[in-house]
Structure formats: C-alpha cells, structure tokens
Design a binder for this molecule. Structure first.
Ligand SMILES: CSC[C@H]1O[C@@H](n2cnc3c(O)ncnc32)[C@H](O)[C@@H]1O
Ligand SMILES: [Zn+2]
Length: 430
C-alpha cells in the first residue's frame, strides 16, 4: 500500500472551533489515516514539513477554467459587452483541443496556488474532464446551457452525455451538475425543463444569478420579477441542490427566498470588483443560514485563479461594506474557501477539513518567508498574509500533484507552449 507521512507541521484542520496544533499526518490509500502530535510509523514516502502549515486544499466553487486562454485579452468593459462582444465570439472558435489545453493552464495555476477541487461550467466538457483526469485534480463539471439560439437540443444532449459518461470517473474525482447559464440566457420553458429533470434525476444545478444591475433590470422588464424570484417561480429551489454563482443583487425578500435552500452561494469577490458588479450581501445570507463558499469565476474576469486573493477580497470587502472589521473574520473566510465551498460541490463528506477517513486533499504552505513571520495567529496569517505562491505542496486523493513548487503530473513546458499558441488564434481580429 502507498503511504505518505507528513512530519512536524502546523495543522489547521478547519474543523469548527479546533485550534491549530503541531503534529504529523499519515496518508494511506488516498485517505487521511491518522493525525496525531507524533506518528511512529514507517511510510513509503516521508515529507519533512517543519515551518509549514498543512490545511485542507482550497475549493474553488465557481470557475470556467479554460477561460484562462482569454486572460487579459479584454478588460475594463461592462459585463454584457465583455460577454457578448469578446468572450462568446472567442469561445465559439474553441475546439476541444483548445479547451483541453486551456483547462490544463487553469489547472496548473490552481494546483500551484493550493486549489484541490473546483466547480466548472463551460463548453467541450469532455476535454475539460480529460484534463481533470490527466492532472489528478478534483472537479464538479457542468455543460453551460445558453438557450438563446436554437441548436436542436444539441447542448442538452451534451449536458446529459457528460453526466452519464463522467460522473464518478477518475477514482471518484469527477462529479457533475446541470448548468443552465443564467436567468437572462434561459427562457422559462427550457429552464423549467432543466430544473424538473435535475429534480427527477437528483442532479445538482449550477447557475449564475443576479450578477449585475443590468440583469435585474432585464428580468424585471421581461417577467416583472427579480432574478431570484424568477428561479423560485420555476421551482428551481424545490428539492434541488443549487450552486448559485455571484448572487450580488438580492433584495431582502430574495434573501428570504434562499433561506433553507439546498446548496448555496459561490461568492466571487474579485470578479465582482473587477467588473464593477457590486458587493454581495454575504453577511445577510450567512445570517439566514445560507451556505456561502468562494470561487474565482474565470480568469477572463478574475484575472487569476488564486483563491488566496478571493479570501482577502471577501473578508475585506464585507468589512468595508459594513464599516465593521469584525465582519467575516479570518477563520470564517478560510472555512468559506474550504469546507463551505466543498458543501456547495456536494463533496463535504469527502474533503474540506482534515479528519481521519477523509480523502487526502491538502496543501502545505511554506511559512519561512519574510511576509509570513512571525507567527501569532495562524488563521490570520494564512487568510490575510499568504498568497498562492506560498504553497509548497499540493496533494489530491493522496497523490502529490506539486512538491517544492514543481508540478508533478503536468508538463508546464507543454501547457505553456500549447496555451500561448492557441490563445493567439482565438482572439485574432476580435
Ligand atoms: C456556456 S459556458 C459558461 C459561460 O459563462 C461565461 N461567463 C464567464 N464569466 C461569466 C460571468 O461573470 N457572468 C456570466 N457568464 C460568464 C463564459 O464566458 C461561458 O460562455
Ligand atoms: Zn461565471
């Protein structure tokens, strides 16, 4: 049996209220076999980890990984212009091979910055699944469904094929969802069909919601409803597990509509800042018991997939919004990036905290850096001072995907060459 012993690290289990402590972690058969102050066991591999922090891998609850090909191609635009005039035309040119290499680029960045699982919505999802399988990361995959042009049901067939073919694949690292893109791209009839199908087949849903004021105005004009009301009236929240991306523009009634929902909200603060969308009512959602996790959105808007940037932005935006530094403290925002995001992906029974029996999805952060000394409060240090570049080691399902900052399952030279060449072609003349 393959075993891995991590020795002498600071341990942040992210189990609620558990304080950090120093000890060893034994991994066997892809799972955490033991956590203790000292483990006297022989192991196939021993990782000395003094001056490092072990914590659960970060879970990016909303992404479009292959959009990394469109990073810094078109910035400083309003969301609808950015999407309609730049992103969608570039994406229409993408082949499955482009999406494979674009996803690999996104995954390389995620592994290098401590993300061990992500929720993705995109096109050519077989290629995304292949990249997840080949790289060793964990993901929940969704074929994005935009119903504005008739395509004879092709997209829906692709969405269901993805679910049939890839659910539980790659040693259980791949799970799937159904992904109607957003209220403004999904008219009532096809959206209701997707929602009902999700309920009858118990498939989780992943959808953008209430990202901009413009979206709220559009839905008001068309249906005389808020976007959240629109989803509710179609039965979206009835029994379904729903992963809502953004949820920035919610009325008090909308927040009430989400109380008791299964699933919850993926908050994407950097993307919301960059696109000038607004500040999501995170504190109010939490007060109503809604699960709130963290995501980056695609690098086309967020610019990077570094979840440590999201952790800082989430906490500091809420503090600024409420004029109150006690809002979203360090430990809580770290829980949002780990166990709460895992809940949104429906994998919290397997990952999101460090505990015996859970899958070994964890990262080691190197604390021996000028900006990470001295050590007073580990939650604060990790949430507010660390960046993705401080991640030394990334492990998923017990497999080491990065060690000493070197990617182990991905050839960075190949990804760099493929991604840079393909990206040029995708945006030429746009
Ligand atoms: C049809 S696959 C998913 C689709 O979503 C687009 N997208 C990326 N970022 C955002 C965002 O912030 N709001 C709405 N839609 C977004 C992406 O370009 C794909 O076309
Ligand atoms: Zn998105």
């Amino acid at each position: 049996m393959n075993t891995l012993l991590i020795k002498g690290c600071h341990i942040l289990t992210m189990v609620e209220k558990e304080r950090p402590w120093v000890g060893d972690i034994l991994i066997a058969d892809g799972r955490i076999a033991k956590l203790a102050p000292v483990i006297e066991a022989s192991a196939s591999t021993v990782l000395p980890a003094k001056d490092m922090v072990a914590m659960p891998g970060l879970v990016n609850a909303h992404n479009h990984a292959s959009m990394s090909l469109l990073r810094a191609f078109s910035d400083d635009l309003k969301l609808m212009d950015w999407l309609d005039k730049k992103m969608l035309p570039a994406e229409a040119r993408m082949t499955p091979e482009d999406v494979y290499w674009g996803t690999m680029l996104g995954i390389a960045e995620m592994i290098a910055s401590g993300t061990t699982a992500f929720a993705d919505m995109y096109v050519h999802m077989d290629a995304v699944a292949e990249a997840v399988r080949d790289s060793g990361i964990r993901a929940s995959l969704t074929r994005g469904l935009i119903f504005l042009q008739d395509d004879g049901g092709r997209r829906m067939t692709e969405a269901l094929d993805l679910i049939d073919k890839w659910s539980g694949a790659a040693d259980g690292r791949i799970t799937t969802m159904l992904g109607p893109h957003a209220p403004y791209t999904c008219p009532p009839q096809p959206l209701k069909e997707v929602v009902d199908l999700a309920r009858s087949r118990r498939i989780p849903l992943h959808i953008h919601l209430a990202e901009t004021r413009e979206e709220v105005e559009k839905i008001r004009e068309k249906y005389d409803q808020t976007p959240t009301e629109y989803l509710q009236e179609l039965g979206t929240f009835h029994e379904n597990h729903v992963l809502l991306a953004h949820a920035v523009h919610l009325s008090l009634e909308d927040i009430g509509r989400l109380r008791g929902m299964r699933g919850g909200v993926a908050h994407n603060p950097v993307s919301n800042l960059k696109l000038g969308c607004g500040i999501a009512p995170v504190a109010e959602l939490l007060a109503q018991g809604v699960t709130v996790g963290l995501g980056t959105d695609g690098a086309g808007s967020a610019t990077t997939l570094d979840m440590f940037a999201e952790i800082k932005a989430a906490s500091w935006m809420q503090k600024l919004h409420y004029g109150d530094p006690t809002v979203l403290p360090a430990e809580q925002v770290l829980r949002m990036a780990t166990i709460e995001s895992a809940r949104l992906l429906g994998i919290d029974h397997e990952v999101g905290t460090l505990a015996t029996g859970k899958r070994a999805d964890l990262i080691l952060l190197d604390l021996k850096k000028p900006h990470l000394a001295p050590l007073h409060d580990l939650h604060s240090l990790v949430a507010y001072s660390a960046t993705g570049a401080d991640v030394d080691t990334t492990i998923v399902n017990g497999e080491v995907l990065m060690r000493d900052r070197k990617l182990q399952t991905i050839s960075w030279e190949d990804v760099y060459r493929q991604a840079t060449e393909r990206a040029k072609r995708l945006v030429a003349g746009l």
